[in-house]
Every structure is written in C-alpha cells, then in structure tokens.
Design a protein around this ligand. Structure first.
Ligand code: NAP
Length: 269
C-alpha cells in the first residue's frame, strides 16, 4: 500500500512513520500545507492509495491572532488533499479534535453531537472536517484529545520535568478530557486502516481526567515527591477559550474492533 504521510516530525506523525510500511513521509520542508499548489503537486507525483494527514496548526492560543494561517493549514489544506484523494480514488485519513465542542453537554460527546467550537483553533479544525466530508472522497476522520508522547513539548513533558525535579505544580481541575498517547493513536490508526474503517470516529483511550488528575498520575508513575495543587482555568488566563468538558465517547471504535480500548492510565504507565 502506497501511503503519503504529512507531519512526519509531529507526535503522531513520527509514530506513524515508525509503524507503517511503504510510507512517503513528509515534513514542512518537503510539503508546506499552507501551499495548496504544493499539496496538489506532491499528491499527483506520489499517487498514494492512502493519504494520512498528521500535520496541523496546533498552537491553540496563537491561532487566535493567526486565524488565517490556522484556517489555511487546518481548513483549506485537508480540503485540497480530499479533492486530490477523490481524483485518485485514495483514502484520506485526517485527525480532528475534541475542541470542536464547547463542553456544555457535560457527558461524553458522540460522533453525532453538533460541534460548536469556542476557539479559532477549534473553528479551523471543524472547517477541515467539513471540507473533507463535502469533497465526497473516501475518508476516515479521527477526532482525538490531549495528545502527549515522548517527543515534542507537550503538557506531559512539562509535568514530567517538574516531577523529576521534585518541583511543586498547580494544575487546573476544571478541564476534563481524555489524555491520549501518541503511540496509542498511531497504532489504532493502523488497526482501523486494516479494518477498513471509514467515516467519523472518536479515537481516545477509555476513561477521563482533569489536567490535575493527569498530573497526579504522572507524578505517581514517576514516584516523585512533587506536590500537585489544584487550580482553576481562570487562574491562568489564555488567549483561547477551552471547553470545560470535552470527553469523546469511543464506543463506536470499541464496537468496530469488538474489544474495549485501554484506559489512559494504563497507557501512561
Ligand atoms: N496535540 C494535541 O493535544 C491534539 C489534540 C487533539 C487533536 N490533535 C490533532 O491530532 C493530529 C496530530 O497532532 P500532533 O499532536 O501529532 O501534532 P504536532 O506534534 O503538533 O505535530 C504537527 C506537525 O504538523 C507540522 N506542521 C505545522 N504546520 C505545518 C505546515 N504549514 N506544513 C507542514 N507541516 C506543518 C508540524 O511541523 P513543525 O514542527 O515544522 O511545526 C508538526 O510536525 C493533528 O491533526 C492535531 O490537530 C492534537
């Protein structure tokens, strides 16, 4: 299977490049998603059977002041990939986010729930989803949340550094979602590909956590003596608004695979 992968240097892209065979893996230098013509050129050149778009503009706060760029990379680019996938009869695998929801539901979001982003980032990711769907190409959109892993600067790495230094920390306890390891996300993308899954799926481990609970679990796993004090989102003003509750319901994936998904705590350890 000929696969074109974007975002090779990202958390999920790096894991996918490691796990999948027959992958033409690109980074920003090889393929800038802000350049629609470059996207068309590379896809027409490689003629992939599967395109996996693991690249994204992920700077949630910066997106508030860079809305146009966020829309180009997260909205327009997947649309161009989808048009090209349609021409080739290829499958487009694309990632989206729990931040397409406003968090008001208060119980896990299913695929059929109406999105209502609170931020420019969430807006741009929803635009990407809509363009992929509207293209009519064969697609698999995987919404996920709170991705962390061994690479890149992410909230896990910040907590780990503090925990290893024995430093105290304050973490908000009024944002709840599902921490998702990049390894889980990449391996389950491969499993869903093999299973022939298409459409929109919520792909997260089982369970849920506040950022405070996640930090406590990291500290425990590292046997650190660091104290983790609870804080409120309002204590750390940010440019972008985040949903207070954006747990994604993974039941559709569970039914498709015929087995439960591991709990995020197990994956963290
Ligand atoms: N991280 C999360 O918490 C989270 C939560 C929900 C959903 N998701 C979604 O999951 C997917 C994978 O996320 P991730 O955490 O693996 O992302 P990541 O680690 O931030 O990696 C994103 C990659 O995209 C690349 N990129 C950014 N702008 C680009 C451009 N204009 N052209 C080409 N490449 C560009 C980055 O390259 P540079 O290094 O050069 O910038 C980076 O390699 C994304 O669709 C993301 O929106 C992530």
């Amino acid at each position: 299977m000929r696969i074109l992968l974007t975002g090779r240097g990202g958390q999920v892209g790096a894991e996918l490049a490691r796990m999948l065979e027959g992958v033409a893996a690109t980074d920003r230098a090889a393929l800038d998603l802000a350049d629609a013509e470059a996207i068309r050129r590379v896809i027409r050149d490689i003629k992939p059977e599967v395109i996996i778009n693991a690249a994204a503009y992920n700077a949630v706060d910066r997106a508030e002041s860079e809305q146009e760029l966020a829309l180009r990379v997260n909205g327009a680019a997947p649309g161009v990939m989808a048009e090209e996938a349609k021409r080739l009869g290829a499958l487009l695998v694309h990632y989206s986010t729990d931040y397409v929801f406003d968090g008001a539901k208060g119980s896990p979001y299913v695929e059929g729930d109406a999105p209502k982003p609170l931020s420019a980032y969430g807006n741009s990711k929803l635009e990407g989803e809509e363009r992929v769907r509207a293209s009519g190409c064969r697609h698999l959109i995987l919404r996920t949340s709170w991705v962390y892993g061994p690479r890149a600067a992410n909230f896990y790495q910040v907590i780990r550094r503090k925990a290893q230094a024995g430093e105290p920390m304050r973490m908000v306890d009024d944002q709840t979602s599902v921490p998702t390891s990049s390894t889980f996300l990449a391996s389950h993308t491969a499993i869903l590909l093999k299973a022939g899954a298409t459409g929109l799926l919520h792909l997260v481990p089982s369970g849920q956590a506040t950022r405070h609970e996640f930090a406590c679990e990291v500290v425990r796993a590292l046997r650190s003596a660091s104290r983790v004090d609870p804080a409120r989102t309002a204590d750390f003003p940010t440019a972008a608004r985040r949903p207070v509750y954006s747990v994604l319901d993974n039941r559709r994936v569970v039914d498709l695979l015929g087995r439960p998904l591991p709990d995020w705590r197990e994956l963290l350890r």
